[in-house]
Structure formats: C-alpha cells, structure tokens
Design a protein around this ligand. Structure first.
Ligand code: MN
Ligand code: MN
Length: 454
C-alpha cells in the first residue's frame, strides 16, 4: 500500500471526486435521522426495493434476488437483498447510525428574556458546548398535531433566516465570575426580537407564536414534536486541493451513505445482505429506534417468514451465523492535537477504511473485541478486491475512547468488527473526512457484501 492513497488514484481522481460529490449533496440535504431515512427509502425504491409492510399486506412471498426494506418509526431502516443460500447460513450486515450530535428543542421551548423571544434546548449526544455558540443554526424536524397531522419543519437552509446561541464578548470575560465552560442550560437559541404591539403580556413570545401560527403550529404542539437545531448551510470541499469534505453529521452519515450506495451495487448475492441504518447511537442506542430495540430481530423474522424460512431455530442460527461491519467513524490523527494520539497505531487520512478490532476505553472496557478468525477472512477478501484499509485504535491508551453498535449485534453471537471512515474534529459542528477514504470505504462495503465466510 502507498503511504498516501492519492498516489494510487493519480489517474482515477475523477472517480473518487464524482462519488464524493453525491455524498456531499447528501450531507447538505439530510441533517436528521428522519431526513436520512427518507433519502434511503428513495434510493432503495429507485433500485427495486419493495416495502416489507406492503408485501405482508398483499400476502406476497420473497425469493432469492428480491430486494426489500423495512422502516422503523421513520427514523431507522433496514434493507435486504435475499441470497441464494438459506438464511440460516448467515446475513452479511453493514450497520451505521444516522443520528448525530445536535441541540434539541425542549417540549416547552418558548420563553422571553431581555426583549428577546428565546428557545430552550436540551443537547443531544456528546458535544463541546462552546462549539455550538455564535454560529448560524437551522431548525429541522417534525411537529405532530393532536389529530395526527404531521408538519415537516425546516428553517435556516439556503438563504433562509437562521437562529443561534449567543456567546459573551472577550472584553467582558475578565471579571471575577469568569466562566470556563457553557452549561447545558446556557444553550438557548435566540428566536426573535420583535414585539407584538397589542399583546397584553409576553409581547416577544407572542410575535413568534403568530409566525408559527401561520404554519399551523401552536405553542402546545412542541410537546409532540422533534425539532433539532443543526448547523445551517451546505457541506463543502475542504483544502486547497479539495481532497477533503467538511460538513455536519459525518459521524455517522459518511458510513450510512457508503453502506447504502454499496448495497445498491449488489445483485443476486450468494448470502443475504443487509444495510441497517439506526437511530439513537449517540445517546446509547436506546429507545424503540435504537440498536438495543427488538425491531431489527423482528424485521429479520418477517423477512424470513416471507421467504418461507422462519422458525425460532432458523432465526437463532441466522443471527448467530451472520457477519457484520459495524460501520462507524473513528478519530483520525489530528496535526493540531498529536498528544492525544499514538500516530503509529491510530488512523490517518488517505490510508483507507479504518478497522478498529476493539473500541471501549480504559482496558478495552465496553468493547466488542473482534475475532481474529473473522478478521483474517476479511483481510483476505479486501486484499483480493484491492481495497486499502488500516488496522487502528482510537487515541492513546487511557486517553478516552468510544463505542458503536458493535457490541449490541455481537450479543446474537455474530462476528462483528468496527469499520469506517477516519474523521477530524468528530462531534464538532463541522467534521472533516478524506474523499479517498470515503471512496475506499464504499469499495470495502461492496467487497464485504459479496464475501463468503463459511
Ligand atoms: Mn458514530
Ligand atoms: Mn458519535
């Protein structure tokens, strides 16, 4: 392998740039788990995938080569292509998460302070709070009325007005009450500064409520809503050489996009293949749409049933004999923070897809530690397909660590390893990736879907 992958792509740079153009647009246009799910459905349907629910209702059957998808509460999706082999010989799964760190509105967000209408928030996922201040934020989400009607809500994209969280000027930070870090309660969005003249009280709140009313939204509706404040604006090429991409939510939408696009390349696979895009990873994979939910298992049951292959025993064997790439990002060695890394064993840009045999922290605690037998088969397949990969860790030992959905899938007894794109400033508003790593990750996922590990 070359030291910098761009050397391999000297004559094929256009191929990498073309793929990443699609990815960049995807990032710009899909900033919530619901938007990503909608995107995946549209790509899947264009490629001949059928909705599982419709097939069940119409009493249809599935056979080898058929394509099917299932959606969970509009926030996660599983797409399958039925293999020639029986289910109980295992599924090749590529699983990513489509939720990203952000600032969520509270259920009762509107209040007034100092002549401003404000929106109270509760942040989601691991963020460095100061990074989210003094910058344009957009609001994306959904509001559900009492009668069940859904109002999609997006403001702050393109040339639209944005909202944001103010920060204190440096001139006034010298006092005795110098604040080292923002608290969660400090993360309040400024929503407006105009007053409703004829309002008896809360004139500033009333003004904003009037604007919301035009969209059919009442104050109490925020209780049945999911509104996320996310960085406003488009993802961009990064670097004078345009070799990288900067954009919001690349953890883990870079692995979601590559896994999805790779699946669309597969026809008539030997073993059943699956791309799984889940929610709630950033807060512990909990809830009905997180990986800990039974939803995936239930979905496999439904798909096996339509193939005439379901029994409890067959299900257990299927999950037990499956193989999975927990497709999630890892930290790349940062030239500005080398002290946190061991450059000899951590991931670098332009060296291909990164495999973390284990994640966890402080003595591998909480890690899924992948089996060498599985890794050997993977190495063999990637070498055969000439895919560039790096075997990495995430940061110095005892520096910290992270987790993914790997350990949850491993509970079924399947082989799982973490495999994804290295990222700079992960969990910041704008994260950076290398285009050549993105492309190589896509190629690795194609190779994995086609893999025979029995
Ligand atoms: Mn992640
Ligand atoms: Mn993360």
């Amino acid at each position: 392998m070359k030291t910098n992958l761009w050397e391999n792509y000297k004559d094929k740079k256009a191929e990498v740039f073309d793929f990443c153009e699609g990815y960049r647009n995807f990032l710009s246009n899909n900033k919530t788990e619901r938007e990503c799910t909608k995107f995946a459905i549209s790509v899947a349907e264009k490629n001949g995938f059928k909705n599982l629910e419709t097939l069940i209702k119409e009493n249809k059957k599935l056979k080898a080569g058929d394509k099917v998808y299932a959606v969970n509460m509009d926030k996660s999706i599983a797409m399958f292509i039925i293999g020639k082999q029986a289910f109980e010989n295992g599924i090749n799964i590529v699983g990513a998460h489509i939720d990203s760190p952000r600032i969520d509105l509270k259920a009762k967000p509107l209040y007034e302070s100092q002549g401003f209408c404000m929106l109270d928030t509760h942040y989601y996922g691991g963020i460095k709070k100061y990074q989210w201040t003094a910058s344009p934020l957009a609001l994306h989400g959904v509001i559900v009325k009492k009668d069940g009607k859904k109002i999609d809500f997006v403001m702050g994209e393109n040339d639209d007005a944005v909202v944001g969280i103010s920060d204190l000027l440096p001139h006034l930070e010298k006092g005795p009450e110098k604040k080292a870090e923002f608290s969660g309660e400090d993360l309040n969005l400024i929503a407006g500064n105009m007053a409703k003249v004829d309002a008896k009280e809360n004139k500033f709140k009333a003004f904003i409520l009037d604007i919301l009313k035009e969209k059919g939204i009442e104050e109490d509706d925020f209780f049945s809503a999911e509104i996320e404040a996310v960085p406003a604006g488009k993802a961009r090429d990064f670097g004078l050489d345009r070799s990288m991409i900067i954009g919001y939510g690349q953890d883990d939408r870079v692995c979601a996009y590559t896994g999805l696009m790779a699946l669309m390349k597969i026809e008539n696979p030997e073993y059943t293949v699956c791309n799984l895009l889940v929610d709630k990873e950033e807060i512990g994979s909990v809830g009905a749409t997180g990986m800990h939910s039974k939803w995936f298992e239930n979905t496999v049951v439904e798909v096996m049933n339509l193939c005439g292959q379901y029994s409890e025993l067959a299900l257990r064997r299927t999950l037990n004999r499956s193989n999975m790439l927990s497709s999630d990002v890892t930290a790349a060695v940062d030239p500005n923070f080398t002290a946190a890394f061991n450059p000899a064993t951590d991931a670098h840009f332009a060296k291909g897809i990164s495999f973390n045999k284990f994640t966890g922290a402080y003595g591998k605690s909480g890690a899924n530690d992948a089996n060498p037998e599985f890794i050997a088969a993977l190495r063999n397949q990637l070498d055969k397909e000439k895919v560039a990969f790096q075997a990495t860790e995430m940061g110095k030992v005892d520096q910290g660590g992270g987790g993914t959905i790997a350990y949850i899938m491993a509970k079924f007894g399947m082989n799982v390893i973490d495999a994804g794109v290295p990222v700079l400033n992960m969990h910041a508003r704008w994260e950076i990736t290398s285009k050549v790593d993105i492309y190589e990750t896509y190629r690795a996922y194609v190779a994995f879907y086609n893999m025979k590990i029995k």
